[in-house]
Design a protein around this ligand. Structure first.
Ligand code: ADE
Length: 225
């Protein structure tokens, strides 16, 4: 997989890729991540990427020309399966979308700023618009980092224990059951006996029941889907 991130703030988005699982995935060659500073694709001396909106109103709009230049330069090098625009009015990210995108080859992620990008960018280039939740961030960079993390950890070979992504919350539309580690008792708080029983069929049944209970309590909407 190759991900190209287009941003006006490359420094804001680089660090999540320099630690832990994402770093290891890159080092193992399972994913390539490239950052492109939109200002490098401007033609004016001030490296302006935004302008006032037609029709008036507060807030600047990201111009089509630098974005076109950047995307076209990338597309001249290789085909892309997806061009994703991070925006609060996109489709809300969920595990199903992350699963789907983890199977793609090359992707571009465009980070919005200010009032967003000129609508013609969305009409012409973008294949998918994604929001990470019903709140407004200062820009698309943190959303892009969240999206990349959710996708990259699903690529086979990225997690050490291949099965662990399969037992995450939201796989099967269920939240994950409670987990415990040593000590078996801490300040009078005990780990449920069943987990110490060594009876794997019983443990599995308990985990399924707990997952269902937790989902009923916290996210009944998932059970209706
Ligand atoms: N840009 C600003 N807010 C955002 C959000 N909630 N999701 C994705 N990109 C955004």
């Amino acid at each position: 997989m190759r991900i190209d991130i287009i941003t006006v703030l490359p420094d804001l988005i680089k660090s999540p890729f320099e630690a832990s699982i994402l770093k290891r995935a890159i080092e193992k060659g399972l994913v390539e991540v490239h950052f492109h500073n939109l200002r490098d694709y401007t033609t004016n001396n001030y490296k302006t990427v935004d302008d006032y909106q037609f029709g008036g109103g507060a807030g600047m709009v990201m111009m089509i020309e630098p974005i076109d230049k950047c995307i076209s330069a990338l597309q001249a090098e290789r085909p892309y399966d997806e061009i994703i625009y991070m925006t609060p009015d996109g489709v809300t990210l969920n595990q199903g979308i992350a699963n789907e995108l983890s199977l793609k080859g090359n992707m571009i992620i465009l980070c919005g700023h200010y009032k967003g990008v000129d609508q013609r960018v969305r009409d012409r280039f973008v294949t998918r618009e994604i929001s990470i939740g019903d709140y407004v961030l200062s820009g698309g960079e943190l959303g892009a980092a969240v999206l990349c993390d959710a996708i990259i950890r699903l690529i086979p070979g990225v997690l050490n224990d291949e099965t662990s992504a399969l037992t995450d919350s939201f796989q099967d539309n269920l939240l994950a059951p409670p987990v415990y580690t040593r000590p078996a008792e801490y300040k009078g708080m005990k780990v449920p006996d069943v987990l110490l029983s060594g009876n794997f069929a019983k443990i599995e049944a308990w985990r399924e029941q707990q997952a269902l209970l937790r989902t009923q309590e916290r996210r009944p909407d998932l059970l209706e889907e």
